[in-house]
Design a protein around this ligand. Structure first.
Ligand code: FPP
Length: 260
């Protein structure tokens, strides 16, 4: 956990949100890991008679400002749901757009990410991702792998069930190779077989646009995460809304199924 008190307030901080704004959040305690379901791009576009692609483009701008803000508040891990294993069912043109959007975002911001001490990681099944998109993602992962600041985790071609099924397969392999015994398979070490075993479970999961669903996101990891849903459509989601979610989280009583 980190508070706003020890944060470096560089000149660049005041460009986006203003140092006064930063001071006004001095009371919040930032959790280690926040996960986000960025929902509502389509509805945002529809309300404005724009194409769904324009909604996603605006959603990408919001994502940029949220990542920038998370870096400034010294969040350790931010995981965002950018493309699910079910999103392939969308029209081909929309799927292609989302694939290119990720590629273009990284092409444009790779230097800023690396210089900003952000570490990029992809969470998901790297099979089926078009070559050009995969290669820029892997380049960003490689170039930022020694960065020690915010871990920006992009769930892309991600499905919670697929991740768990894949872990089961990896466990079966380890068992049949004689690397582990049956007693080694339990709820404490199962996470070692998930895609990113070293990443702690999210403390807080935020969903925009009012839907009350988990949508196959981080099914193992969200067991005791605190849920916060906003009616705001993702393109309209602002750092202030994230602060509101964190304040609410700070007042939650986390009992993990026990009593206090
Ligand atoms: C869900 O909203 C959103 C997505 C499936 C894509 C999320 C993408 C971004 C936020 C842009 C950044 C993109 C990448 C690839 C990093 P929806 O389209 O289902 O909205 P709706 O429920 O209103 O139709």
């Amino acid at each position: 956990m980190s508070t706003f008190f020890n944060r470096n307030k560089s000149n660049s901080d005041s460009e986006q949100i203003g140092s006064e704004d930063l001071e006004s959040f001095d009371d919040i305690i930032v959790p280690d890991h926040i996960a986000m379901i960025m929902d509502g791009n389509g509805r945002w576009a529809k309300q404005r008679e724009l194409s769904r692609s324009e909604g996603h483009l605006e959603g990408a701008k919001t994502l940029y400002s949220i990542v920038d803000f998370c870096r400034k508040i010294n969040l350790k891990y931010l995981t965002v749901y950018a493309f699910s294993t079910e999103n392939w069912l969308r029209p081909k043109s929309e799927v292609n757009f989302l694939m290119s959007l990720l590629k273009n975002m990284f092409n444009k911001y790779i230097k800023e990410i690396v210089d900003g001490n952000i570490r990029v990681r992809i969470l998901g099944d790297k099979n089926n991702i078009p070559k050009a998109t995969l290669s820029i993602i892997e380049k960003a992962e490689k170039q930022s792998e020694n960065n020690t600041g915010l871990q920006f985790i992009i769930a892309f071609n991600y499905g919670g069930r697929r991740e768990i099924a894949n872990a089961a397969k990896e466990i079966a392999k380890a068992y049949s190779n004689g690397d582990i015994s049956l007693n080694d398979i339990n709820e404490d070490n199962f996470h070692n077989y998930l895609y990113l075993p070293d990443v702690p479970d999210p403390d807080l999961i935020i969903r925009s646009s009012g839907e009350m669903r988990i949508s196959n996101f981080l099914l193992w990891q969200l067991a005791y995460s605190e849920f916060w849903v906003s009616d705001i459509l993702w393109p309209d989601f602002k750092p202030e809304n994230l602060v509101e979610a964190i304040r609410d989280f700070n007042n939650r009583d986390r009992r993990y199924g026990g009593i206090k």
